[in-house]
Design a binder for this molecule. Structure first.
Ligand code: GDP
Length: 535
């Protein structure tokens, strides 16, 4: 029985890949996602994801808030099958709904796809998300998008990634032409030229003609100057040396780079194909009892995200769990590591865009949504069998700070309860002033939306109307060694010291520059942009 299960798990892992896309707004994440779903057969015509989003009915105030802002607060995990492989795309909230959840989603991802606009190169949000991936050492696959528009030189873009992110690059394919003259890509592995035909807005798979490099038909199919340019650039690439080293890719030190255009579908399928070949399968996880392989026959996973009020009629909360080991089955009972409670996992869900579908089984690398009657917090481990606990998910440096006030003394209790519960859920970080006279909590967030959600929920769920006063900080740093280390350095300038919810000191700065200056003045003080949840 146990060996059968191990075999079943082994097969499931072999055929699973999970990834998240990291990018800056407008680089083409929605478009690329749609095209991947199109190739995965999950949708038949591109445009469906957006259309579904637009058709959504207003079912609640919460939804009204989403509609008003024209964004999606509700998270999605998209699943599709390509060449027998089950691919899980963890959607990282972006745009205005950029929040700490965006970072946390990366804690559940085995691979990241870094999507770059060819005209813009690396942009701020991409860099930030890259840092989180780097910290976890996950493989990063680069897709340079919008080659159908005038952009920067491909070699220049590779150079930027190498210099600024410290990642070695290996171009898996190479673009032929650019802008109006973007004709296709060269697959360096197969040594084949793919010439594409544009379809109406790329709503269907792009038809491509594949020819070998030396094929005489090339003269008819491709303009001479583009062909010569390709040959010259390939020579340059070969001359620069460098092989694709999958070990380095899997350690997050080398990035395979793909060029294409999500809008016209050029290069999307090639990307998907090589991604499947090169990406990491669901792997081992570090836990309190050592490294645990995914084929470990007991079920375990961790909560990386909580979603409140997707359906306020039921006041439900959904806890998103990344399955790490074993097989998940509907209605199973598991242990909850933090509280020691036994929990029955009923009504599990997988999510496709806004629709929820009940699931019966899930394997390592999958994400399940569990109805969460207030039991789960970010980073919690659930397991069967021997007790084990995963490392938890760190707090990430907030960039927005505000004091939250409750002007109505009769609501004191509700206010306290609401703030504390929302903090536990991970909706926002809470800090307190060092000055005992200042009791109002300081909300600390990665994205503006987090403030709005907190105020909205305090009013809706706890009946407390609050006032938010923005504070002029944009950088937070935890101090290694805590208060003891901090007290040894004496007076600090251009920074404010506050306490996080665990009483640890946090330094707030108006800007990066002030932070760097303090680090320069006090090299003995070790500052960190990330704090572990449990210490
Ligand atoms: P997101 O903000 O990253 O999700 O980006 P979207 O997918 O919404 O794309 C932003 C804009 O770029 C839209 O107008 C897209 O039509 C456009 N876009 C996306 N991919 C491409 C591409 O490959 N070529 C061109 N020319 N435009 C693109």
């Amino acid at each position: 029985m146990a060996t059968e299960l191990v075999e079943e798990l082994g097969q499931a892992v072999e055929l699973r890949r999970n990834f998240a896309i990291i990018s800056h707004p407008d680089a083409g994440k929605t478009t690329l996602t749609e095209k991947l779903l199109l190739y995965g057969g999950a949708i038949h015509e591109a445009g469906a994801v957006k259309a579904r989003r637009d058709q959504r009915k207003v079912t609640s105030d919460w939804m009204a808030m989403e509609q008003q802002r024209g964004i999606s607060i509700t998270s999605t995990v998209l699943q599709f099958v390509y060449r027998n492989c089950q691919i899980n795309l963890l959607d990282t909230p972006g745009h205005q709904d950029f929040s700490e959840d965006t970072y946390r989603t990366l804690a559940a991802a085995d691979n990241a796809v870094m999507l770059i606009d060819a005209a813009k190169g690396l942009e701020p949000q991409t860099r930030k998300l890259f840092e989180v991936c780097k910290l976890r050492g996950i493989p990063i696959f680069t897709f340079v998008n919008k080659l159908d528009r005038p952009g920067r030189e491909p070699l220049d873009l590779l150079d930027e990634i190498e210099q600024e992110l410290g990642l070695q690059t290996y171009a898996v394919n190479w673009p032929i032409g650019m802008g109006d003259r973007f004709k296709g890509v060269f697959d360096r592995h197969q040594q084949q030229i793919h010439l594409f035909e544009r379809s109406a807005h790329g709503s269907r798979e792009a038809r491509d003609t594949i020819i070998n490099l030396g094929d005489s038909r090339i003269e008819e199919l491709l303009e001479q100057d583009l062909y010569h340019q390709l040959k010259d650039e390939l020579e340059l690439l070969e001359g620069a040396g460098g092989e694709l080293d999958l070990e380095l890719v899997h350690q997050g030190k080398m990035t395979p780079v793909f060029f294409g255009s999500a809008m016209t579908n050029f290069g999307v399928e090639l990307f998907l194909k090589y991604f499947l070949d090169y990406a990491l399968k669901p792997g081992t996880h570090h836990s309190s009892v050592g490294e645990i392989p995914p084929t470990y026959p007991e079920f375990s996973g961790f909560v990386f995200k909580l979603q409140a009020n997707m359906d306020p009629k039921h006041r439900d909360r959904v806890a998103f769990v990344r399955v790490c080991t074993g097989k998940f089955e509907k209605d199973m009972t598991v242990n909850h590591a933090r509280t020691g409670k036994v929990v029955r996992l009923s009504r599990p869900q997988k999510l496709f865009a806004q629709e929820r579908e009940s699931i019966d089984v899930a394997y390592p690398g999958d994400v399940i949504g569990l109805n969460n009657p207030g039991v789960f917090a970010i980073g919690d481990t659930i397991y069967t069998g021997q007790k084990l606990e995963y490392e938890g998910i760190p707090y990430f440096s907030p960039e927005l700070f505000a004091t939250l006030r409750n002007p109505n003394p009769s609501k004191f209790k509700q206010f306290q309860k609401g703030v504390s519960e929302l903090r536990e859920e991970g909706a926002v970080q809470i800090m307190y002033s060092n000055d005992e006279a200042k009791r109002d909590p300081i909300l600390a967030a990665v994205g503006q939306l987090q403030f709005e959600v907190v105020q909205f929920r305090l009013q809706n769920e706890y009946g407390v109307e609050t006032i938010l006063d923005l504070l002029p900080y944009s950088v937070a740093r935890w101090v290694e060694g805590g208060w003891e280390a901090l007290n040894q350095v004496g007076r600090l300038f251009n920074t404010t010291t506050v306490k996080d919810s665990m009483g640890r000191p946090v330094l707030l700065f108006r800007n990066e520059w002030n932070c760097q200056q303090l680090e320069g003045d006090h090299p003995e003080l070790k500052l960190s942009a990330i704090a572990p949840v449990f210490s």
